[in-house]
Design a protein around this ligand. Sequence first.
Ligand code: GRG
Length: 520
Amino acid sequence: MEYLATNDPYVLWNSLYERYGHLRSVILPNARSEWKPSSYKTLSVAVAIIVAINIVVAMAVAIIKVVDIIKIIIIYLVQQPASPPVSHAHSHSLLLRSPSYSHGLSTSHSLSLTAVSPTSPSFLKNSTSASPNRRWLRLLLRRFPTSVKLRPSLKFWLKWLKKGSTEISCERKIFFFLCVVVAAVIKFSFAVVKPLPLTSLLLHLEMGELAADKHVKYIISVEKKKDSFESVVMEHLRLNGAYWGLTTLDILGKLDAVDEEDVISWILKCQDESGGFAGNIGHDPHVLYTLSAVQVLALFDKVDILDADKVSNYIVGLQNEDGSFSGDIWGEVDTRFSYIAICCLSILQRLDKINVDKAVEYIVSCKNLDGGFGCTPGGESHAGQIFCCVGALAIAGALHHVDKDLLGWWLCERQVKSGGLNGRPEKLPDVCYSWWVLSSLIMIDRVHWINKDKLVKFILDCQDMENGGISDRPDDAVDVFHTYFGVAGLSLLEYPGLKPIDPAYALPVDVVNRIFFSKK
Ligand code: GRG
């Protein structure tokens, strides 16, 4: 009623303000939050989640150093209890002297100015209770000069943390602390467990496993099924097949699954009077089967049972005037036979019986402008021939003839989208090139130029997971040749559980060491 009697609106406004003005700070804030639409609340939760993700990702993944995360936690844990109330003037000058100014941290600047604003009597009232929080923030900012990149994020977080007041609520502070702890845990796990790049991590998740036991069973079954199609078509090159199968078993640590005596007596029956070995009993000798015989005997540590001079004389007789080698008496010349002769004589410790310089000279004459090697001078570069030439040069100690960068470039371009390797440009990938290309890359020290994980996945995708064996490409029929080169390729790629294989001698490293370093 008393207001109805007031005529002057200005007087009326002032008396109403005097009587109800205080409600502005008591009822209004509550009412405002009660009337907040629920969608706005959802939005706040969403913003909180975004801030949490931002804090964790920024700290854990890239920007902040582990030591800085530790600093934040320590600052949080060791913050001092509230300091005694300070006078307005004192607090002002104290904050102005804060080193954070000199670091140019604008967040700190605005925080301090807000806190000491002389036009804010409510701040003075809160100064004692707000002090620990503000000190925490000041310490945080002051000790952050190292993480320059973090400052924009820090500004954003602090703005969110103290939103709506000069004070940071306890909940938001705990929230921030938890985010930092999560970031620290992630950061430490990444520091302890060697981090994998994301693509590589995904590749590992997709990758199958080597079905080692199944491959052992498959190789033994092929060996036993002498009437099978595979055995019949391989009849003439059975000694070479024996090398593939038995070396695979040795790499898988299962050489004892075969009868050693049976194998050795059969091999000896394949030897010809010339000293060379044939692919099977009663066939013609060839330098390829001679190497296979020597390699299989080396697997069983039985090279000594051979007459090394007789075998090496056979090989010596196949060297031509120009340093090249023929495969047998019929005279075909190919850099494959140069490798075979050099490798075999080296295992027999009879390399000095041939003209090594001439052999090297011939191999070098087969080098092409692209850095690769062909079968004969001018022959197209092919990964199989490259293995032979690089392997022969490696054994002969003449790798300086290889242009490693040029050849490395050509070889690493053999990797196609699926991760598999082809033998020359525009050709399909094939598991066997995992050996021919990879061993060459290792010998010239350029293996890091291909994506090893993708190649591992390609080889594993070529396995028959039911019956064992590896094929040339995914979903094709398996055979012993590709099973050997798949497993040997995985061994070169350091796949766990496999014996390491020597890239030049194509024999397990322990076998090569036994040949050259054991005292007999
Ligand atoms: C002891 C491992 C070891 C080897 C002995 C025989 C030998 C020495 C090396 C052979 C090197 C070589 C020429 C391998 C290539 C084999 C292969 C798959 C040839 C297929 O050639 P193409 O033209 O196939 O039919 P692309 O893939 O070119 O279409």
